[in-house]
Design a protein around this ligand. Structure first.
Ligand code: PMP
Length: 451
């Protein structure tokens, strides 16, 4: 049995049936979508059109691991705002901290003491002493990139092929068919040819990384310690140590983007694998659902940057945002880190995710499908390829949009949400073994009909 042997005609028939059910079950969402004439693409942000059911499900309310939509359908939510709600939807300590802040000033151009507590907790977890805040992980990456260009005087940033670090210009590069860097397909309005700003290597390819670093013009490697945006691609033994050794040898700084790999544990993949990056960037989950981003710098970098009088870090030099570090984000981040995404919470989430992954493997093997399951702490993803892909390009080849959409709609019609853009399931502190069992029962039923 291979994925190729799944009948495409049967897949199309089943998908048509499921789409009709979806339209019936979501009349309110359908109407809301039809009434949004003055939104570009009918949605608040164009990516919300990534909806397997042909239109988005509209939110009524969400709490813990559950979402209720405007039609009254209840879902077990494994998308969790793709990581923005890894702490669960509207966690009580965050609601309390944010509510207390709401009546007392939201945008004042003054720091609050919450930021120092959040910074200290991030320092403890990720091992980097000096933190600064943004509103998105994208901005954290952008500002980190600027700082490292300034410190090194080098122009290029190196990323892994098929990475995602937000809408960062430098990151929209892939390894092309000829083995050289090329613009990522669909790249919107690139300011310059991306090969002028960036270099690229495949994940798990130290020889390819060294070849690019040897040009001597790379200010920083920006990477996820495991790729999480093209399925989950885990590092092979020795790879991350090799990256650190090579970046040191070639005078290149190393940024770990922990926005998603934070799922590995309380100190993300950095603590889990004992990594020593110069900079960590993060966002999403640390705000418990409230917008925030952050970057942490090594003592060496913080010292060097503080001594650079030629850099305008205070006003218009290109690093900063008016609402960055605002009181609401800081209250939410402090509460999330101190009271919600604790060591104990991670232990439970990872136990639940392990059960999710083990059950998934059993079902997939039961149907003899050549698919693979990867887990990083509280995050689990399956790919239509086996063995598990070793890099982004291999993983991209394993994509199957029709199959993915079918599974997403089938699950949604029976009250389970997976992450759009992925076959990803994330666990929050409130995700239960019963939630996992519910997913598996429906997933099994979908495969029984399909295979
Ligand atoms: N880094 C990584 C690894 C991400 O996965 C994402 C978003 N998926 C970002 C950065 C950007 O986050 P944001 O959209 O909050 O800017």
């Amino acid at each position: 049995m291979s994925t190729d042997s799944i009948s495409r005609a049967r897949l199309a028939d089943l998908t048509a049936r499921e789409l009709a059910t979806f339209a019936d079950r979501h009349a309110g969402s359908r109407a809301a979508y039809a009434n949004a004439d003055h939104l570009f693409g009918r949605v608040p942000m164009t990516w919300m059109n990534k909806a397997a059911g042909n239109f988005p499900i509209y939110l009524d309310k969400a709490r813990g691991s559950r979402i209720t939509d405007v039609d009254g359908n209840e879902f077990v939510d494994f998308a969790l705002g793709d990581t923005g709600a890894m702490a669960g939807h509207s966690p009580e300590p965050v609601v309390a901290a944010v509510t207390a802040r709401l009546r007392n000033g939201l945008a004042t151009m003054m720091p609050t003491e919450d930021a120092a507590v959040a910074g200290a907790e991030l320092a403890r977890r990720f091992g980097l002493p000096a933190w600064s805040f943004a509103l998105t992980a994208t901005d954290a990456n952008r500002w980190a990139i600027r700082l490292l260009r300034a410190v090194t005087g080098r122009s290029k940033i190196l990323v892994n092929s098929y990475c995602y670090h937000g809408s960062v210009d430098e990151s929209l590069i892939v390894v092309g068919p000829d083995g050289r860097g090329a613009s990522r397909e669909g790249n919107v309005g690139a300011p310059v040819d991306v090969t002028m700003t960036s270099r690229v290597a495949e994940f798990n390819d130290l020889a390819g990384l060294e070849r690019e670093l040897a040009y001597g013009d790379v200010a920083a490697v920006l990477m996820e310690p495991a790729l999480t945006n093209i399925g989950i691609v885990l590092p092979e033994d020795g790879y991350l140590a090799g990256v650190r050794e090579l970046t040191r040898r070639y005078g290149t700084y190393l940024i770990n983007d922990e926005t998603h790999t934070f799922s590995a544990g309380p100190g993300g993949a950095t603590a889990y694998w004992g990594l020593e990056p110069d900079v960590v960037t993060i966002g999403k989950a640390i705000g418990g659902g409230v917008p925030v981003g952050a970057y942490g710098l090594s003592a060496e970098l913080a010292g060097t940057l503080s001594g650079r009088d030629d850099l305008d870090l205070v006003d218009m030099g290109g690093v900063g945002g008016t609402l960055a570090g605002n009181p609401l984000s800081m209250a939410a981040t402090r509460a999330t880190l101190s009271e919600v995404l604790t060591e104990a919470a991670f232990a439970g989430m990872i136990e639940t995710a392990t059960a999710f992954a083990d059950g998934l493997v059993k079902i997939i093997e039961g149907y003899g499908l050549p698919w693979s399951v990867s887990r990083l702490g509280a995050r689990v993803e399956y790919r239509f390829a086996s063995p598990a892909p070793r890099n982004g390009t291999e993983s991209a080849r394993g994509a199957d949009a029709a199959l993915e959409d079918f599974l997403h709609v089938y699950l949604a019609n029976r009250g389970v949400l997976l992450t759009p853009f992925h076959n990803m399931a994330l666990m929050c502190p409130q995700t239960t073994p019963a939630d996992v069992a519910r997913h598996h029962e429906i997933f099994d039923a979908a495969l029984k009909e399909l295979v």
